[in-house]
Design a protein around this ligand. Structure first.
Ligand code: GDP
Length: 359
């Protein structure tokens, strides 16, 4: 499954956040004997639609989609030069499908900042610079070969052109993700450049920032087109220790939050990975299934079982809202809200589906 790699400077709250993620781990909770990698946190994607479906279908349980985060220990300045454990960090980042940077914006005189001041802009630049330098090294090695290939093979030309363009962008201090409209990532795929991965920013904030909308907007704008999530990692951990809803609500309110930050983090992570869900429901379970955005009906069926994709005939689809509005599958059907879709149908978020297939 796809993963987000957590990176960040030392002392920004990565471990605190990661501990909260692993405490909230659905695998740990539901499958006590499953082998869980110590550096992976698998969190549920909150989806209130599942509870509503469970009510309509009388399901015994609900099964949410999940998002996986991998803890990549503190990347430091000089990582791209192989200083210390640098190469290992970069190799770990290479394996992740997206990069989730934790940025410190909380003020606390007791917690030392590596550069002696709270400076999110510079922290983000530090990480970007290391990743950019690593990509430039990869490109410098590849360019010579690509030039040679392009001289004899016409098909090699797009790779060369895009590599040249990518080098220009990186030399100018931008990540390729920031310049995604200017380069064709597909042509560069074989190079697995780090900065083509989608980025997500988690601002580890205090109450001052969590309640300051204009400051939050400013920070979000700064990292766009990446998603930005604001939370207080320490509070997130404390929230998981509480067992009654009233205390949870009070603690959230005290930092100006409507819901746990882990919820927004799970949603943003899911979105950053380019994923969406569709839903199935029955007496046994109401369940959210994970598919890439733009997946077709047979591909969606294949997530349940590969036989479903191979033997796909059609999908019976109703939108979640139409289903709830009509109160039951039968009522939605008589209201003409249930559609039969074929193999070219592109799944929409919130589709409730039943597949017909041959085995
Ligand atoms: P890491 O080095 O990035 O993994 O950072 P840690 O998670 O170990 O956090 C470093 C220190 O900052 C620890 O003492 C944490 O308790 C503290 N810390 C982490 N998150 C917060 C936060 O949101 N607010 C405050 N005040 N302290 C935090």
């Amino acid at each position: 499954s796809l993963t987000l790699g957590i990176v960040g400077l030392p002392n920004v709250g990565k471990s605190t956040l990661f501990n909260a993620l692993t405490r909230n781990d659905v695998l740990a909770a539901n499958y006590p004997f499953a082998t869980i990698e110590p550096n992976v946190g698998v969190v549920p994607l909150p989806d209130p639609r599942l509870d509503q479906l469970a009510e309509v279908f009388g399901s015994e349980r609900t099964v949410p989609a999940v998002v996986s985060f991998v803890d990549i220990a503190g990347i430091v300045k000089g990582a791209s030069e192989g200083a210390g454990l640098g190469n290992k960090f970069l190799a770990n980042i290479r394996e992740a499908n997206a990069i989730c940077q934790v940025v410190r914006v909380f003020d606390d005189p007791d917690v030392i900042h590596v550069d002696d001041r709270i400076d999110p802009v510079s922290d983000i630049e530090t990480i970007n610079t290391e990743l950019i330098l690593a990509d430039l090294q990869t490109l410098d090695k590849a360019l010579h070969r690509l030039e040679k290939e392009a001289r004899t093979k016409k098909e090699a030309k797009p790779a060369l052109d895009n590599a040249v363009k990518a080098k220009e962008i990186l030399d100018g201090g931008r990540t390729l993700f920031q310049a995604q409209k200017e380069v064709d990532f597909e042509a560069l795929r074989e190079l697995s450049l780090l900065t083509t991965k989608p980025f997500l920013y988690v601002f580890n904030a205090d109450e001052g920032i969590l309640t300051d909308e204009s400051r939050r907007e400013e920070l979000a704008k700064m990292v766009a087109p990446a998603d930005a999530v604001f939370l207080d990692a320490k509070v997130e951990f404390e929230l998981l220790e509480l067992d009654d809803e009233e205390s949870v609500r009070e603690l959230l309110e005290s930092v100006g939050q409507q819901e746990p930050g882990l919820y927004s983090l799970a949603r943003a992570g899911f979105h950053t990975l380019g994923l969406q869900t569709y839903l199935t429901a029955g007496p046994k379970e109401s369940r959210a299934w994970t598919i890439p955005q733009g997946a077709t009906a047979p591909q969606a069926a294949g997530v349940i079982h590969t036989d479903f994709e191979r033997g796909f005939i059609k999908a019976e689809v109703v939108s979640f809202d139409d289903l709830i509005e009509n109160g039951s599958m039968a009522a939605a059907r008589s209201a003409g809200k249930v559609r039969m879709e074929g193999k070219d149908y592109v799944m929409a978020d919130g589709d409730v589906v039943e597949f017909r297939f041959n085995v």
